[in-house]
Design a protein around this ligand. Structure first.
Ligand SMILES: [Zn+2]
Ligand SMILES: [Zn+2]
Length: 342
């Protein structure tokens, strides 16, 4: 999953870049929509003042990376390339760089061109005269308080910068060129290569609690694949809903588990059994920490290494089991994968 963030001055054309990326299959997330939701929850009017006020207050109350955390959580559920519009604080960039494959785009244009653009789009937040526009622009660009938005510092951190004084077609072409560079410049490592295949396999999953995939590999070759789904011929969660069972942990914590499905790891192991393929000494790639049952099966298959994209919310037992069985367990990202009604 590649996440592209967009920062830039007011009216520079962040939305235009989003449109190009959407056409290339990116799923769109907007910091603005996220904030509008929060402002409406607080019963306030939506305008540029409340946008700035609420954003700054959320950052000081809940951490500078609050918006980035919320949006990345949503993005991860998509299991697809995503674009996050309107990055306005450097801590958000730090958070995204640490927690996902993240590239920052910046866009700018002459201030008069930008003013013309915002007047033309007639949104609730942009109904201001030129003087107010210049003042707002300065305020958002240059705050020294690290809890506040500081667009200029964000723009300085960009991996790619676009100057949008020309036509839509010019910008469209520039973005497409950069996209081609990003998507082809890196030859992925073996781990990255197999994990990307896991994310494609996972698209066939039929239970949205994790949408897991699995690929089992030996000597850099794929032996089998699997994704979470009901046993052959039985109805899927996506058709008839989940089949929940409550689990009570020793500490009294109650969690819900969907038991309708065969897990991705189990399906891969079943495929090996069906075709007579030995998994001894293999490496297993998967979406998140395998559950206890899968972990026990992995141990008994003779699998020697497990690579997970993310952590599972109750994966600690598995971590201990693998440690005791001398199975190497690696995580690409230490974030816990979240889904509804966990
Ligand atoms: Zn389910
Ligand atoms: Zn499992």
């Amino acid at each position: 999953m590649l996440v592209i963030g967009i920062t830039g001055s007011i009216g520079a054309g962040k939305g235009s870049i989003v449109n190009v990326l959407k056409k290339s299959g990116f799923v769109h997330f907007s910091a603005r929509e996220f904030l509008v939701e929060k402002i409406k929850e607080l019963g306030l009017d939506v305008n540029r003042d409340t946008m700035t006020l609420v954003a700054n207050r959320l950052r000081s109350d809940q951490g500078n990376d609050f918006i980035a955390r919320g949006l990345l959580e949503k993005a991860k559920k998509e299991n697809n390339n995503c674009v996050i519009e309107s990055i306005r604080n450097v801590k958000e960039i730090d958070y995204l760089k640490e927690n996902t494959q993240f590239i920052l785009f910046s866009i700018d244009a002459d201030i008069k061109t930008r003013y013309k653009r915002i007047k033309a789009r007639k949104s609730e937040t942009d109904n201001v005269d030129f003087k107010t526009f210049v003042a707002n622009d300065q305020r958002e660009m240059d705050s020294k308080d690290e809890n506040k938005q500081n667009i200029r510092s964000c723009m300085e951190r960009a991996d790619f910068t676009f100057l949008n004084n020309g036509t839509m077609e010019d910008l469209d072409e520039e973005v497409k060129k950069v996209l081609a560079i990003i998507q082809h410049k890196e030859r992925p490592s073996w781990d990255k290569y197999f994990l990307e295949i896991v994310s494609v396999v996972a698209k066939r999953a039929t239970c949205n609690r994790g949408r897991s995939g699995c690929v089992i590999v030996k000597d850099k070759q794929i032996l089998v694949t699997g994704y979470v789904g009901s046993p052959n011929g039985l109805p899927h969660c996506d058709e008839v809903g989940h089949l929940f069972k409550k689990m009570i942990d020793d500490d009294g914590n109650v969690s819900n588990h969907c038991v309708r499905t065969v897990h991705a790891e189990q399906n891969a192991i079943c495929q090996a059994a069906k075709r007579g393929i030995a998994l001894d000494g293999a490496t297993l790639y998967c979406t998140m920490t395998p559950c206890r049952t899968c972990a026990m099966m992995i141990i008994n298959c003779g699998i020697k290494r497990v690579v997970c994209q993310n952590k599972y919310h109750s994966g600690s037992e598995t971590e201990q089991l693998f440690k005791d069985s001398k199975i190497v367990l690696d995580f690409v990202c230490n974030d816990v994968l979240k889904y509804d009604n966990q």
